[in-house]
Design a protein around this ligand. Sequence first.
Ligand code: ADP
Length: 397
Amino acid sequence: MKVLVINSGSSSLKFELIDTANNKSLAKGICERIGIANPIFTYKNLLDGYKVEERPEPLENHKIAIDLVLHELTGEHGVLKSIDEVEAIGHRVVHGGEYFNDSVLVDDDVIEKLEEISELAPLHNPANVMGIKVMRELLPGKPNVTVFDTAFHQSMEKAVYTYPLPLEDYKELKVRKYGFHGTSHKYVSGVVAKLLGKEDSKIIVCHLGNGASISAVKNGKVVDTSMGLTPLAGIMMGTRCGDIDPAAVLYIMDKRGLTPKEIDTRMNKKSGFLGVFGKSSDFRDIQNGIKEGDERAKLAYDMFCYRIRSYIGSYIVAMGGVDAIAFTGGIGENAGLAREGICKGLEFLGIELDYEKNMERIPGDVEYSKPDSKVKVFKIETAEELMIAMDTYRLSK
Ligand code: ADP
């Protein structure tokens, strides 16, 4: 089945066409700056390697952007003869609230629920819903499936996901821990369980990209995860602060005279690597900074590793042990330095990284622990789009 995977953001739209018969990606790309001046359209035909970056006429809205995508997929450098070959559409949706613990086939009721949940993810969900509505309009009759970032984490127990706030904040406002990157955590923990050769496994997944989160997956179910009500919680990230004393937020607002929106921007866009290092949010720049002796780069790196180690320790306790630690995401997959800083000194827990091999860039899914390490350390290439396509196929075939 040819599935079009759509990841619709407020001003961007990523797409990928995947054939689930062989799990091959046929084409992919991104429309950026939708509704803003100077939009950029990037398209890659993965069958013949054709690649283009265009500056199209203003992409006024998502409908015009998706129209452009469909046009390209069937055009001169397209991979389809007719758009009818697209059999189903899979949508990445950030927040599924408490309604959805699995992917779901879209109907009017699902859209209504998604609109209700939008309050919990005002930056993401409305854009995701817009993508669904536009696809229903442009390809009427084709099944649409939503795949949620939060769904895999719905297995957490009440004592884990409840915040120690007045309980009515949960009951009336639905304020609780939800967790994100669920599609990646599910995919990676599934691959690791297969590599370990056992279903009853205790796995810690470190998804380390610009956004980053950790999860403890026991026997295929999430026990705990580091993100919370929003993707701001947990470990330190590219531009997000992660866990801090909540009273610090009020103190900074008061002292600097910031509005809620301003402090939100400060914590989401100006903190993390960018806030501490000062020059960039990109881990490659942190690595270069360390080489050049930049003290703030070293501090950011040490903080990042320390915070992840704290979560690993806590999750080993939560699961009563650990069989494997898996690294994924741009940093987890590519930065041996990050894996080293996180695993160093954890030999007493049975975690023995092969430090030399760890620095080698080996494609694919790789075991980086020593052969006799009690706890295995893996690098797994995440495949969120493929997961979305597979779920879409499962629910619409
Ligand atoms: P996103 O959350 O936006 O999907 P990615 O998973 O693409 O993010 O990860 C982006 C991060 O991965 C950046 O901090 C980037 O520096 C880091 N990264 C990408 N390639 C490398 C590399 N070769 N070495 C070290 N870090 C890398």
